[in-house]
Design a binder for this molecule. Structure first.
Ligand SMILES: [Zn+2]
Ligand SMILES: [Zn+2]
Length: 399
């Protein structure tokens, strides 16, 4: 009789936990996108349509060409350079796009008219399956320190700023983005690019900012030093220090983006900034700008340099991560967090396997997850680089 009661109780508990698991595991729709790319409109080495076609053919659902200080709206005849001729850039473009290509030749050289944003968008966008978002890499500097900020879904060109410090240039750019967003009443956001490029932006500058929500945690360009050096911290450590500061100042947490920052489309090598190195996976059923931006702003996305996730979600009680595994690859899921009374981010749990969850503890303030693998990248940013993914930090509520 007693045994029966216990087993009935056990079955009841099992039932309850299955039901609650069911309720907690939402349907997720991962849309793959790259928000940082360059074309002939600035210093990239290919035509916009060729670049977009690559992303389209490689199962991305959205792309933003973010050329330096332009929104690709003017009439621009690009003059082919020797390198373009060596790369057979025009031949490849004509082969893919035929009569769409406009050229003119005079005594000074061969010119090709670059299609404007409106033109390349209408040519290559595919309703409900492939989205092209307008962007600009607002490219400023202060005393030779580069300050580059991408503006996703920009409507009007933002001129680079001149300020009295790196912080001021960044804040002015963010303020201009917020003002434009208000003016047009549309979803758009700024993300700070490659802080360690030229070691232009330091952690103290980023801590002071207001209205800063996104930064590049991973950028695939070979010159950006994601990993820091003897004198400078890596971007993941930077991310955590900024978030401790933002948390204590009651600001929304900073979210980490991975991008390609691709410029080179003809030669694949560790020395070039190629496609396919870093991207975001956004949980949105619709492949539409407003839905994608809304999901990103609520932190409903993860960043990847190769590892794919099946599920990432959290409840009041826990954060859950499940990898989309590749055969023969070993994964490690690490939960990290900021705890009451601490000055650092602490490792909370480390598991070898393809899924894990972390139950929030009494003193946890925010928690994030990182997934490592032993899967070597085919065209890495760094020698021996393995594929990773980063889950956005979650503020632990109701403590
Ligand atoms: Zn840049
Ligand atoms: Zn760039």
């Amino acid at each position: 009789m007693k045994v029966n009661l216990i087993s009935r109780h056990f079955i009841y508990l099992l039932f309850i936990s299955l039901v609650s698991c069911e309720q907690e595991s939402p349907e997720q729709y991962w849309q793959k996108g790259n928000l940082h790319t360059h074309s002939f409109w600035s210093d990239g080495d290919d035509f916009p349509e060729m670049i977009i076609q690559w992303y389209k053919d490689n199962n991305y659902q959205f792309i933003a060409l973010s050329d330096h200080n332009t929104i690709a709206s003017r009439d621009y005849w690009y003059k082919l350079k020797t390198l373009d001729e060596q790369n057979k850039t025009l031949e490849k473009y004509q082969k893919s796009f035929g009569d769409w290509v406009e050229t003119k030749i005079d005594s000074s050289g061969t010119y090709v008219r670059l299609k404007t944003f409106e033109e390349y968008k209408s040519k290559l966008e595919h309703l409900k399956s492939f989205l092209i978002i307008r962007s600009e890499e607002v490219t400023s500097s202060f005393e030779n320190k580069p300050v580059h900020i991408n503006v996703t879904n920009i409507k009007e060109k933002i001129e680079p700023f001149k300020g009295n410090s790196v912080y001021e240039v960044m804040q002015q750019t963010l303020d201009a983005v917020h003002a434009q967003r208000k003016k047009f009443n549309i979803s758009m956001f700024a993300h700070i690019n490659h802080p360690n490029f030229g070691y232009g932006i330091n952690v103290e500058d980023l801590k002071k900012l207001n209205g800063e929500r996104f930064f590049e945690l991973y950028n695939g360009h070979p010159a950006v030093h994601n990993e820091g050096d003897d004198m400078h911290i890596d971007l993941e450590t930077m991310w955590d220090l900024i978030n401790i500061s933002y948390y204590n100042d009651r600001k929304p947490l900073l979210l980490g983006i991975a991008t390609d920052d691709s410029h080179n489309y003809h030669v694949k090598s560790i020395n070039y900034s190629n496609t396919g190195r870093g991207w975001v996976m956004v949980n949105s059923q619709k492949i539409e700008t407003a839905s994608l931006i809304e999901a990103m702003e609520t932190g409903d996305f993860y960043s990847s340099s190769g590892v794919l996730l099946k599920k990432v979600y959290h409840s009041k009680e826990k954060l859950f991560v499940e990898v989309e595994p590749k055969e023969g690859i070993v994964y490690e899921i690490i939960f990290m967090g900021y705890r009451k009374g601490s000055y650092n981010i602490e490792e909370l749990k480390r598991v070898k396997g393809t899924s894990s969850d972390y139950t929030f503890q009494e003193n946890d303030l925010f928690v994030r997850a990182k997934i490592n693998s032993n899967d070597l990248k085919e065209n890495p940013y760094l020698v021996g680089e393995t594929k990773q993914a980063w889950v956005q930090p979650v503020v632990v509520k109701n403590k």
